[in-house]
Design a protein around this ligand. Structure first.
Ligand SMILES: *[C@@H]1O[C@H](CO)[C@@H](O)[C@H](O)[C@H]1NC(C)=O
Length: 321
């Protein structure tokens, strides 16, 4: 199974006692970097990139026929010049647009939640009280005992504290809206690149020796299920080769911070373009380097999620459609 999913489940269980919006943010925060790491073999990543995370959740609830119908409507929107073909550029622009829309809405929601009086800034203390205030009533044992992933409440708070500090351009310990956006979505802010690398590194480096071994690298993406140890899936074998051939550039058997940086946040790397190329490659049946609506609908499972039954369809209606 993909770690992203496992991590989500474990963390959700651990945060059972935390107010829901905030625990959701903690879970989001922990799964965020999974995005970068698992994009090769994570369907959910494709759906999130193509639809935005909120819409992707909606589509997951739909029956295949309804999912295809709505996908058709979206394809018409993406085809800006209406020539019947989706080009790489049109797809890239669309992915960029959905990502920006999702992030803007997410920042707005959290900003309002933590700043109900619409002040210019949020102080750390105010944020801490909202998100981690429940810890004030905990004893040390609860604060410091790690869950199965090695995360503790205290560790999460410290990590948020450090990220807050990084996002705080003028170092007054309060964040204005721009700074807060960097705090909430560091993956979207070049100035926050260092902290994304550091947090990713800490997540994967389970033995805390400051570098990532091949076992830690693989263990972060894949854990064999009971009795499955013997037969590793092909994509895991490929990841092993990736590690040795490309990630570990100095061939010392480990990824250091520099190598992790080149992996998850290479300079000049355009995630929207990479994702658009991936989608075109996967769906372009006649290999003319552009997509028709029917090529996209034939591969609807690649672009959007769906359930095999019509359960939940009624729940997922949306004005846009
Ligand atoms: C927030 O503060 C930064 C400096 O830390 C500044 O560059 C930015 O313009 C400010 N944004 C707003 C919305 O006030």
């Amino acid at each position: 199974m993909l770690t992203g999913v496992l991590l989500l489940l474990t963390v959700t269980a651990v945060f059972a006692g935390v107010p829901s919006e905030d625990s959701k943010r903690l879970v989001d925060q922990l799964s965020e970097s999974e995005h970068f790491k698992n994009e090769h073999h994570n369907k959910q990543y494709d759906h999130d990139a193509f639809l935005g995370q909120d819409q992707a959740k909606t589509f997951d609830q739909l029956a295949p026929e309804e999912s295809k119908r709505r996908l058709g409507i979206i394809v018409d929107k993406i085809d800006g010049d209406g020539d019947g073909f989706i080009t790489l550029v049109e797809l890239k622009d669309w992915i960029r647009y959905t990502q920006k829309r999702y992030i803007d809405e997410d920042v707005e929601r959290h900003w309002r939640q933590h700043n109900p009086n619409n002040e210019d800034e949020i102080s750390w203390e105010q944020y801490r009280k909202n998100v981690y205030g429940f810890m004030d009533d905990m004893d040390d044992k609860e604060k410091y005992s790690p869950n199965s992933e090695g995360f503790t409440y205290n560790g999460l708070m410290k990590r948020d504290r450090r990220r807050w500090h990084h996002a705080d351009g003028n170092q007054d310990d309060s964040l204005n809206r721009t700074e807060f956006a960097g705090f909430l979505h560091p993956e979207d802010h070049p100035d926050m690149r260092e902290i994304v690398v550091l947090e990713t590194m800490e997540d994967i480096d389970k033995d805390n020796d400051g570098r990532i071994s091949i076992d830690e690298y693989i263990g972060d993406m894949y854990r064999p299920e009971e009795g499955e140890e013997e037969s590793e899936p092909d994509w895991v074998k490929q990841e092993r080769e990736q590690f040795s051939e490309y990630r570990d550039t100095n061939k010392d058997g480990f990824m250091d911070e520099h190598e992790v940086k080149n992996w998850i946040a290479p300079p000049e790397f355009d995630h929207a373009e990479a994702e658009a190329r991936h989608l075109v490659f996967e769906a372009d049946a006649d290999a003319d380097e552009k997509l028709t609506k029917s090529e996209i609908i034939d591969k609807y499972d690649l672009f959007v999620g769906s359930q095999a039954t019509d359960f939940g369809e009624a729940l997922a209606r949306h004005d846009e459609f």
